[in-house]
Design a protein. Sequence first.
Lengths: 334, 259
Amino acid sequence: MKKGKSKKGKYILTVAFTCLGFAIAILVNLLFPQISENVNFAKYNVGAFELDGNGLLRIVLLALIAGYAVFGIIDYHDEARRAAYINKASFRFVMGLLIGLLDITGTKLKVLPQPFFPGPAEILSPFLEEFDFILTNTFYSLRLYFFGFLFGVLLGVGTGILVGWFDRVYYWVYPVLKITGVIPAVAWMPFALTLFPTPFISAVFLIVICAWFPIASLTAAGIQSTPKAQYEAARILGGNAVYQLFHVAIPHAMPQIFTGISTANAFAFTTLVMAEMLGQPGGLGYYINLSKVWSAYYKVFAAILIMAILFSAILKLIGRLQDHVLRWQRGIVK
Amino acid sequence: MSESVLTIENVNRLYDDGERQVEALKDVNLELKRGEFVSIIGASGCGKTTLLRLIAGLDKINTGSIVFNGEPVKEPNYKRGYIFQQHNLFPWLTVEQNVAAGLKARHVFKKNKDKIQKYIDLVGVTGFEKSYPHQLSGGMSQRVAIARALINEPELLVLDEPMGALDSFTRADIQDKLLEIRAEKNLTMLLVTHDVDEAIYMSDRIVIMTPRPGKISEIIDVNIPHPRNRGGAEFLALRRSLLDRFDLANAHPEPEYMI
């Protein structure tokens, strides 16, 4: 009993340690004097409150503290998650300290080269200044990504299955795939912008193209590497060609299809932002470009922050889907 | 023991090994009666597996004919079940999904759903329905493979050394299970094996094949009543005589079978 209690006590200390870094960042923001005079925090009305960048930073830090405290309590009851939480404690603590340090060097003292390295409070202030505009652009990016990637995956898997399954299609399509696939999708941009009726469709086209190649070639490879013995097992059981394709070849190719999807996803993010920077009426890339023109680097950072969060979330989602579809591999592949 | 299930007549099979044509099978004749258990033994390269693949319809005959239930064999058919050397289960399907694969393949899944559990119980893998093949031992996997073949209710079950990779206890277990199933369903079974004891323990007849060219050299009736005692006098006498035959019949300088 006593041992359990001391373990629990130690864990509470770990949770406190995790949150301490962010708490220090709050104290730094509150107590460290604003020495540089090159900063001007405008106040904005958010609901009933009046808020500036510093206020938002403190709220975000408080939210992080609350979040890590709540997750700390939840994770306590699961041994693996508890171990992971303990493992990450030092990193999170240092993250908090780092935010405080950036606050001092970027905003309070402005010793970093300006205006390229604003402090965290300044990076957050665009969310007060033009939240709706950022939101609109984020949704534009999301919509572009969604349609582009969805059609890219469908087209890629479809092409890959045909190329992998039918020798004739392989003969005629695979060389084309090999040659056009290595061309970065953005190279097609001049054509895309002139050939398609709207910039949105032309950007979707570019993302489809960039996702198509890795998915198609890996799907084809997965289908072609299906062992003959597994087809034979299916034939013996009474499975016709359609059964062999959908119940043997495609499931066998599934791990490689997901490898293709992950690769394509990285390409899609790049193409998405490039396309937006070079000729879209909206999106996070467009927002970055627009802000750069006005030397508003704190807005560039704000957009980068959203990308980091958004793209990580998308990766995580795909990872979850992959874990579910490939659950039969659990224990074979680490 | 009268009706003929499978008739093999003057079957020849050639294959190209890149330089010349090899006679994998030469003038093979064999008839299987319903409910019969026949084993094929012989040295490596005598065409045992080739013959099984022809019977299954996985490969094509060059000359001669194989007739199953009055119809010449052209394609694989679920009425001729096949157990592979390696279990060959689908790794992305659970045990019960693997067992159900034949029903799905033949589009009769809905009607026969309740059979799945029956066959899982029959081969003795109850409790592992939701496991994936890589979580199972070799013996368990081979049991699942047997259930997967049996759910199609084949009339002939062809077994290509399915117990070769298993330890002797598991092997004895599965041998008894197969004999039990055969008696219950009056199923015809054709087993290729490397194990003389296994052949004697299970078979009504033992076919001995010799290599280069692969052909049947002898067919021996086994008239020992079931259940057979592996240490019984008749059993041991037959075993000795089989092993002697192999020393003579075998083209290899070293005997392939060890006592």
